[in-house]
Design a protein around this ligand. Sequence first.
Ligand SMILES: O=C(O)CCC(=O)C(=O)O
Length: 245
Amino acid sequence: MSSRERFERDGFVAVESFLSRSEVATCLREVERYVAEVIPGLPAEHVFYENKDDLATLKQLQRMHEHDAWFGEFFADKPQRLAETLLGTEVVGKNLQYFNKPAAGGQPTPPHQDGFYFKLNPPHALTMWMALEEVDEENGCVRYVKGSHRTGMREHGRTGTLGFSQGMTDFGRQEDLAAEEAMPAAPGDLLAHHALTIHRAGGNLSATRSRRALGFIFYSIDAREDLLAEEAYRRELVRQQQGKI
Ligand SMILES: O=C(O)CCC(=O)C(=O)O
C-alpha cells in the first residue's frame, strides 16, 4: 500500500527516516541559530514559552518559513513534495512550526482537529510532524484516532493551553479511545495527518529529556479559506493570549 493510500484510509501515515541523521543534526543546529538570532526580533505571538519568565521553557515557534531563509527553503523542498504526493494536488505552504515539550513540565496537547483552526472549505489540508529527537509515550508522543478524518468536525472549545487554544469538548468516547494509536518516533521520522484527523499528545513526564519536533502545514490548492471566520478567530485568539505571551 502506498503512503497516499494509507493516508487516505487511516487519516495519517508515518514516514520513517524522512530525514537522515545528518539532516536532523543540521536542522537542530539551524533551530539553535534561529533561537539565538531570530527570536529576539519576533512578535510575541510567534514565540510561546511554558513559562514566559524562563527562556529554557520555549515550547512553540510560529511561521519560521517567513522569518528565516533557511527554513523557508527547507519547507518548500522535501516537505512540500510529500504534501503534494499525499494530497494528490498542488499545495500552498501555510506554516512551519517548532514544537517542544520541555523536560519536567511540557504540557499535554489537547485533543483537536487542525481543520477547526484552519476554517477551510473543503477541509483539504494536512499537517506534518517531524521528530528531531527520540519521542515516546514518556516525553509526549502524538496520538491519532484512526479513521476519524471520515466522521466530520467535532465540537471544540477553549482549552487554556497556549499554542492549542481550542480542543475537543467531547473527546474520550469509547470509539475514540478504541481507535487511538500512539506514534513513537525516532529522529527524522515524519508523521502526516489529515486536517480532520483527531489527535493529541501527552505531557512530557521525563525529568531530563525534551521533545523537539518541527511541524509543516500545507493546504491543497482547492481548499478555500473562510477569511471572515479566520479573522474572527484570530481576533479572539489575541484576546485570549493577552498577558500570557
Ligand atoms: O506537537 C504536538 O504535541 C502536537 C502537534 C499538533 O497537534 C499539530 O501539529 O497539529
